[in-house]
Design a protein around this ligand. Structure first.
Ligand SMILES: Cc1cc2nc3c(=O)[nH]c(=O)nc-3n(C[C@H](O)[C@H](O)[C@H](O)COP(=O)(O)O)c2cc1C
Length: 367
């Protein structure tokens, strides 16, 4: 679906594997901490996602494939029967509202805490996150993670494959493997978090191995056309310093390209950046780009429409937006009409709480 002719409109339909998307706007995955304590998705979540079913595609928030991979409190899981049943209620309500959904699979690695997951976090190397972690009793300093053994690396790969099968059983059209933003897969890619001396550390070939093995196993489990991958080149989230960004991503993307996946999803995509252009050249399939609208600042008045159109012009096929979807259940309509967008309010309710700051953002009609 690479653009070789005129730039399509944000509101033009697109095909993604077996899915027909009515527009090119994707709701980016956003952790909102509204799951039950055991990771089972709640009724609130079913209502929240159904409100946003006009998105061309919803990528549901990071769900953990095993208990030790849980990052924060009230994060959904996708590794028990109760998780599958809870997610089934979410996908049913989105489908009833006319929407389409993938689920993001995220293992936190060192971004976790025993008070959240019940055990010491695991990581490529015993290097702690240089930050605090939110736990049920407040912010606590991150602990030194335990280095994954080779057996544990292999069983984690299997956990991702099992989680992907669960996601399909729960009614998702596919999954997004999270290899971005400083979580476990990104920790393997980056020099400052991966100091292993075995086949998973050192050279670029070794550091990209874990992501490739996870993707391979997930694709074998559910079919490559139902698998996307998220990457965030040069994004320093969660203490990441990749060190050799330009050396990591071209071979990673080239290796992923051979697997005929549903899509590649690039965080903070910048049409002026040579690496973004290089990725577009290497990646033959659907490219989802998430524009950098500025972090920690208000949303642009147009909700990101101009930035989205620039990225379509630079060859992206689909555009993901996060906070604009969070604050605007009817974002697609607003962008189509050029209507102003709601700003995110009560930032403290982004990652904690109930219906307030979650289900109560007004639509244009309600306003
Ligand atoms: C509340 C919140 C939660 C997020 N959770 C996730 C997540 O679970 N997985 C992920 O890959 N990115 C996550 N992100 C990042 C978004 O997907 C997106 O990349 C980021 O918000 C930038 O896009 P925006 O400027 O349109 O919001 C989160 C962002 C926000 C605001």
């Amino acid at each position: 679906m690479t653009n070789t002719t005129a730039t399509p409109s944000l509101f033009a339909p697109a095909r993604l594997g077996a899915l027909e998307l009515p527009n090119r706007l994707v709701m980016a995955p956003m952790t909102r901490n509204r799951a039950h304590a055991d990771g089972t998705p709640s009724e609130l979540m079913a209502a929240y996602y159904a409100q946003r079913a006009d998105a061309g595609l919803i990528i549901a928030e990071a769900a953990t494939p095993n208990r030790v991979g849980q990052t924060y409190a009230n994060i959904p899981g996708i590794h028990t029967a109760a998780h599958v049943a809870g997610w089934r209620a979410v996908t049913d309500s989105v489908h009833a509202a006319g929407g389409r959904m993938f689920l993001q699979l995220q293992h936190g690695g060192r971004v976790g805490h025993p008070d959240n997951s019940g055990s010491i976090p695991v990581a490529p190397s015993p290097i702690p996150l240089p930050d605090t972690i939110h736990t049920p009793s407040g912010h606590q300093q991150a602990v030194v993670p335990r280095e994954l053994t080779l057996d544990e690396i292999h069983s984690t790969v299997e956990d991702f494959a099992a989680a992907a099968r669960n996601a399909i059983d729960a009614g998702f059209a596919g999954v997004e493997v999270h290899s971005a933003n400083g979580y476990l897969l990104h920790q393997f890619l980056s020099q400052n978090t991966n100091q292993r001396t075995d086949a998973y550390g050192g050279s670029v070939t070794n550091r990209i191995r874990f992501t490739l093995e996870v993707v391979e196993a997930v694709a074998a489990a559910i079919g490559p056309e139902r698998v996307g991958v998220r990457i965030s080149p040069a994004v320093g989230a969660n203490g990441i310093e990749e060190g050799d960004t330009d050396a990591i991503y071209p071979p990673l993307v080239a290796a992923l390209a051979r697997r005929h996946l549903a899509y590649l999803h690039v965080v903070f995509a910048d049409p002026e950046q040579p690496l973004f252009r290089r990725i577009r050249e290497i990646w033959p399939g659907t490219l989802i780009a998430n524009p950098n609208l500025g972090w920690g600042v208000p949303l642009p008045e147009d909700g990101g429409k101009h930035a989205a159109e620039r990225l379509l012009g630079a060859g992206a096929d689909l555009i993901s937006l996060g906070r604009s979807f969070l604050a605007n259940p009817d974002l697609v309509t607003r962008l189509r009409l050029g209507a102003p967008v709601n700003q995110v309010r009560d930032a403290h309710l982004m990652y904690v709480g109930g219906a307030e700051g979650y289900l109560d953002y007004p639509t244009l009609v309600a306003a």
